[in-house]
Design a protein around this ligand. Structure first.
Ligand code: EPU
Length: 346
């Protein structure tokens, strides 16, 4: 089947140069701005083109032109859909901006719970795919359920928390590769925001920011403000300096390996996990390997946070891949640790 069987709302050819926060050049052969689940269902079975779902493009490395159908998610809407004794249930369309949604939960409704995740770039629909997280909290902690369109059958599926199989920056979407081929497309997400709210303020950077502000018992808005201040200090605003947030995942290694490494490098930050493994700080490994603030052509590792790869202007996907490989090689050589990129490569 060919593209001529596609519905008229599908555009031929679209420039993606400003559609990802790394601002890498590329075009999509076919493009549609999806503003309803109904529109998605009209695309089911209509072509054998490769598909890809794009939200705000904050976790995507565009390696060149995309010869398939790009689904740009723009499904909007956000509302309180219910409450019980323990929680409020708040739902948002996949295309909603994540930070605006977080701010709305805190100011419009006074429904606390997402404040640690303030200012994370991206959309609501992308949040569960890689289980976004920051400052001691991840989406999985506040997730209730999502709705998704099955692009093979046209049916709407509901996935609860267990079905999503969340792990560190991971979910069933990544485990099954559904996010790459757009097999299941998230349309709406519901969050469960606890009435017996307690601040999650133990993360070192956040704790010291609150202490400096003289706040011992913060409310949710104060936590959000502190998170925003810390993020603004350490992480570049993609609108000013193109980047995709943390470029590598923090590696999980077994306990014995972490002990051996720590014996040779006593400063090594280590975070023991519930399953016995130890999470290492990729930013620290990269800095110690000499790559903090260092450039390779038009890209570099950010001077204030070595885990963030930045486009200094005019870079291509090939530049990004070259730098990622150089950093991986340096960390492997010095520490014997393999870094895995966090973004999706398209
Ligand atoms: N570190 C260095 N040098 C650096 C950067 C970090 O030595 O250049 C050290 C820090 O001193 C600290 C440790 O590494 O001891 C951890 O650093 P930080 O607290 O800044 O957090 P991170 O592990 O680098 C993670 C997330 C971020 C999230 C922050 C805060 C990942 C891959 N990254 O970064 O998420 O904002 O924690 O919770 O898990 C993202 O995913 O895009 C992202 C920004």
């Amino acid at each position: 089947m060919t593209s001529n069987t596609l519905p008229p709302f599908v555009k031929s050819g679209a420039d993606l140069g400003q559609r990802t926060t790394l601002a890498l050049p590329g075009r999509a052969a076919f493009y549609v701005e999806v503003d309803s689940a109904d529109q998605l269902s009209q695309l089911v079975g209509k072509s054998h083109l490769r598909r890809f779902v794009l939200g705000a493009g904050s976790n995507v490395v565009l390696t060149g032109d995309f010869d398939g159908l790009l689904l740009h998610m723009a499904i909007g809407g956000r509302q309180l859909i219910g409450e019980d004794d323990d929680a409020w249930y708040v739902r948002a369309g996949a295309g909603e901006n994540w930070h605006s949604f977080v701010r709305w939960t805190l100011t419009k409704g006074c429904w606390p719970g997402l404040e640690n995740l303030a200012l994370i770039p991206g959309t609501v629909g992308a949040a569960p795919i890689q289980n976004i997280g920051a400052y001691g909290l991840e989406v999985a902690d506040r997730f209730h359920a999502l709705e998704a369109m099955d692009m093979l059958t046209g049916k709407t599926l509901r996935l609860d928390r267990d079905a999503c199989r969340f792990a560190y920056r991971d979910s069933v979407f990544k485990q099954e590769g559904w996010h790459l081929e757009a097999r299941l497309v998230v349309t709406r997400v519901t969050f469960r925001l606890p009435k017996a709210w307690q601040p999650v303020a133990g993360y070192a950077d956040l704790a010291s920011e609150l202490e400096q502000r003289g706040i011992a018992r913060p409310n949710a808005l104060q936590v959000a403000d502190a998170v925003i201040a810390v993020r603004n200090r350490k992480l570049p605003d993609p609108a000013v300096l193109a980047n995709a947030g943390s470029f590598f995942q923090n590696p999980l290694v077994d306990a014995a390996f972490a002990r051996r490494l720590a014996a040779a490098h006593p400063e090594l930050p280590r975070y023991p996990q519930a399953d016995g493994r130890v999470k290492l700080a990729a930013g620290w490994l990269i800095e110690q390997s000499g790559w903090k603030g260092r450039q390779l052509g038009r890209v570099g590792m950010y001077e204030k946070q070595a885990l963030v790869l930045v486009n200094r202007g005019g870079a291509t996907g090939a530049d990004v891949i070259a730098l990622a490989r150089a950093v991986q090689a340096a960390v492997r050589e010095r520490f014997g640790v393999d870094l895995v990129p966090e973004p999706v490569f398209l």
